[in-house]
Design a protein around this ligand. Structure first.
Ligand SMILES: Nc1ncnc2c1ncn2[C@@H]1O[C@H](COP(=O)(O)OP(=O)(O)O)[C@@H](O)[C@H]1O
Ligand SMILES: [Mg+2]
Length: 363
């Protein structure tokens, strides 16, 4: 799959700009604060309805405008021509898929697919379990809309269960908890089974990617505490059992201490915990390897690669790691942002020089 055209109107520091991307490597380069990440962000938005940088959506609207529109046109081997657009308004946003308005962000997902890597992904290795769960959730939501909706429902039920746990009326807790547990366990089946399956696939794929990027110098191993295994009814039963066993403890804590919202992935490089002992460079490579693993799983799932966005990731890698990485991206449309296009060993790439929210043409 590849994006052939991206249009930005009043989006961040862009007024009107069109990007005609090629199916291979595309390099978006320029000095700091010119609008390179804004391009990466817009693409990811059009694929997932989500931007990791945005806290309030209207902040993407150009300071001098009332609304912004971004549009992408893509070609898929499986789904044919695709287009998505998002109009950002002062209150809310309007989404279209193939020209038709859709009501929910969920309906955008699973059309144009993308995997994004940016310097913040270092959090995937360095920081909290929440960052690693977000990694799973974004990938799995794109692959399966049912997962996205299940996750939303799960969070709602969890909030209600947690509120109940804090209730001073213990009789009410004991009476009502089984109702929530049943609902929580039922909706969790979709989440748990998808995560189990994803991590099974991810393990060998990220290991291989890490070995290629580091020329065999480093071994990446991820592990996951599979608490709830088996078929759907076994997963449900074992989660319900765990919820029941932790009930007293959870009442004491005032929150639910077991379930997929507590999952984590352990990441080891050469047998030591990458989070604690890994150098910054090793952690970055590990995060990148996880993303390459994700890219491969998308390919297995959809029968074609998604668009790969590498925002500001290249400058951090040495020359060898850089070319090893690029060697894995044959046949993958890759949008690379960087400050210096010359350091990238790709002769056939399309290049876009960005200056203050415009493409410098005629170079
Ligand atoms: N809503 C907005 N309106 C106008 N300019 C914006 C808006 N949001 C961000 N910018 C500008 O975008 C620029 C940063 O763009 P970015 O893509 O992050 O830069 P870089 O090229 O370093 O990746 C900054 O100059 C910032 O002021
Ligand atoms: Mg940037």
């Amino acid at each position: 799959m590849y994006i052939s055209k991206l249009t930005l109107q009043n989006y961040r520091n862009y007024l009107v700009e069109n990007f005609d991307f090629s199916p291979g490597i595309n390099i978006v380069y320029g000095a700091n604060a010119q609008g390179k990440t804004n391009v990466a962000e817009a693409i990811f938005y059009l694929c997932t309805g989500y931007s990791p940088r945005v806290t309030r959506e209207k902040q993407v609207i150009n300071h001098n405008a009332q609304s912004a529109v971004i549009t992408a046109t893509a070609q898929s081997k499986i789904m044919g021509n695709l287009s998505t657009s998002i109009e950002f308004l002062q209150s809310g946003k309007k989404i279209t898929v193939n020209g038709m308005p859709v009501q929910k962000t969920g309906e955008l997902i699973g059309n144009i697919n993308a995997v994004m890597f940016d310097p913040k992904q270092l959090k995937l290795v360095q920081e909290s379990p929440e960052d690693r769960r977000r990694f799973l959730d974004i990938a799995l939501s794109q692959m399966n809309r049912k997962y996205f909706y299940a996750l939303q429902t799960y969070k709602k039920i969890l909030t209600q269960r947690n509120n109940l746990l804090k209730d001073p009326d213990r009789d009410l807790i004991f009476e009502t908890l089984p109702v929530w547990d049943e609902q929580l366990a039922q909706i969790a089946i979709t989440i748990i089974s998808a995560r189990n399956d994803f991590i099974d696939k991810l393990k060998p794929l990220c290991k291989k990617a890490h070995s290629i990027i580091t020329n065999g110098a480093e071994d990446l191993e991820i592990s996951y505490d599979y608490k709830f295994l088996g078929d759907e009814s076994e997963i449900k039963q074992s989660l319900k059992q765990s919820l029941f066993e932790r009930m007293e403890k959870d009442i004491e804590l005032g929150y639910t201490s077991v379930g997929p919202h507590r999952d984590d992935i352990k990441i080891k490089i050469n047998k030591t915990d990458a989070r604690i002992y890994g150098s910054q460079g090793q952690q970055r490579t590990a995060a990148l390897s996880l993303k390459i693993g994700e890219l491969e799983i998308f390919n297995m799932h959809f029968g074609e690669y998604p668009v790969f966005i590498l925002d500001d990731a290249m400058s951090e890698l040495d020359g060898l790691r850089r070319s090893n990485l690029l060697s894995m991206l044959q046949g993958v449309q890759t949008i690379i942002t960087c400050t210096d296009a010359d350091v990238l060993p790709c002769e056939n790439a399309s290049r876009f020089h960005i200056d203050n929210g415009t493409i410098v043409r005629g170079e």
